[in-house]
Write a new protein. Structure first.
Length: 433
């Protein structure tokens, strides 16, 4: 394997045998002794191939049952592949199921030693980092209490604290980014970003599009055990949102239909019969003509002044508007509309949405809705890009997300030069004593 490759996966497949009847008691086994057990073969993964470079951040997305966790367990060596091969160049630390191996009859301290040993740490290594683990968990006063007296949140905090101190080159993470309460989640994300800065190879399974967008170098989108797409985060998530677990026969013009389907008004939709109404599934609606459209689609985006004139050059201190038109094909309850402004180094300088601003959008009817974001421009001189999103009220399902939808420049005639970021109102005084 080439020196800069951390993991090479070649044509792996994995299937499981699922019994068609349940035999749990002695009586059931005796009665069914002469009856052959019938199994069904479930193909969890089929012919998956990819490489992960050292220091790369790879995310894996897909619906429940698409094979994400199975793939991670194959990489960790918990499962063996039926076909194909996996080559690993480096030590792996799997953050798969936090707390596996914990014994409720042992104290928190004893479980630290037990769990860390399972993760591959020696007694000497555990002794050396024991205090760090306890301090990070924030469970100092409960560490000698039996684990059965811990709350579920305390259990997760202890497990995560142990897991992050298993210092390996390759990290496998299965939905363990944000655990515990709000303060502990901040600590988790800080540690996670430290891992990235240290150049560790990270493979993350996640249902959080925001985290996938923010961190990923590449994304694998799994659909029914196959790699439907491997590439950029934006493309992967777009494909993920535009295909649904429920399969409908869709003609080859389906992607064009997303942009061209006529929008029925709220009054028209009331007049439709049950046979004419669209089938709603996931992020899509499928009409009786098999044409597909998103529930919500970002239709148009403008960076403009207060009268709607488009602007590409904006003066520092001059207010500007981001005007986004969304096209709704179904009525939604409290959808969240948002924007993100990035600098030229792809650092998110400003994020806002209707949820964070405590603005309830209520029931938004079928048709065109325009959302205006008024920005007081404290951005430094430089080049900026804009991302636009729309999601459900829980911010778990992203109906549409477009990165780099607009670019604009900011100039500041009052400064000699800019160092990026924001220019807050300020002045400088000097006193020579």
């Amino acid at each position: 394997m080439v020196g800069d490759i951390a993991i090479n996966v070649s044509n792996i497949s994995k299937s499981f045998r699922i019994p068609q009847e349940k035999r749990t008691t002695i009586r059931e086994h005796v009665v069914g002794f002469r009856k052959k057990m019938i199994y069904e073969t479930y193909n969890a993964l089929e012919d998956i191939s990819f490489e992960v470079k050292k220091g790369e951040f790879l995310s894996i997305i897909g619906r429940n049952g698409s094979g994400k966790s199975t793939l991670l367990k194959l990489l960790a060596g918990i499962y063996t592949a039926d076909h194909g091969s996996i080559a690993v160049n480096g030590e792996i630390s799997p953050f798969l199921e936090l707390g596996v191996g914990f014994n409720p009859e042992l104290s928190g301290k004893d479980n630290i030693y037990l769990n860390a040993t399972i993760l591959g740490l020696s007694r000497f290594e555990i002794d050396r980092c024991y205090n760090k683990i306890v301090n990070f968990s924030g469970l100092n006063q409960f560490i000698h209490l039996k684990l059965k007296n811990y709350s579920s949140g305390m259990n997760v905090r202890l497990a995560f604290s142990v897991a992050i101190h298993a210092d390996k080159e390759i990290l496998l993470m299965d939905e363990v980014l944000a655990v515990g309460d709000a303060n502990f989640q901040v600590k988790c994300f800080n540690v996670f970003e430290d891992f990235i800065k240290e150049g560790k190879t990270i493979i993350l399974v996640s249902h959080d599009p925001a985290a996938v967008h923010k961190y990923s170098d590449r994304v694998i989108y799994l659909e029914s055990g196959r790699a439907a797409f491997i590439g950029s985060a934006n493309e992967a998530i777009t494909k993920y949102m535009n295909t649904d677990a429920v399969k409908y026969p869709v003609d080859n013009t389906a992607s064009d239909a997303v942009r061209n389907t006529d929008i029925s008004t709220a009054d028209q939709s009331k007049e439709q019969t049950d046979q004419e109404s669209p089938v709603i599934s996931g992020n899509l609606i499928v009409g009786n003509d098999n044409k597909v459209a998103k529930k919500v689609m970002i239709k148009n985006v403008l960076v403009c002044d207060d009268v709607g004139n488009e602007k590409q050059e904006i003066l520092h201190g001059e207010n500007f508007f981001i005007r986004v038109q969304y096209e709704l094909n179904v009525e939604l309850n409290n959808p969240v509309f948002g924007i993100i402004i990035y600098d030229q180094k792809r650092r998110a300088l400003f994020t806002t949405n209707t949820f964070s601003e405590k603005l309830k959008t209520g029931k938004v009817r079928v048709g065109i809705v325009t959302v205006n974001f008024r920005i007081v421009n404290y951005l430094s001189a430089g080049k900026y890009s804009l991302s636009v999103t729309v999601c459900d009220k829980y911010q778990r399902i992203y109906y549409d997300w477009i990165d780099g939808v607009k670019h604009f420049n900011v100039t500041n005639n009052n400064r000699l030069m800019s160092y990026g970021g924001v220019d807050l109102p300020h002045d400088i005084s000097i006193t020579n004593d």
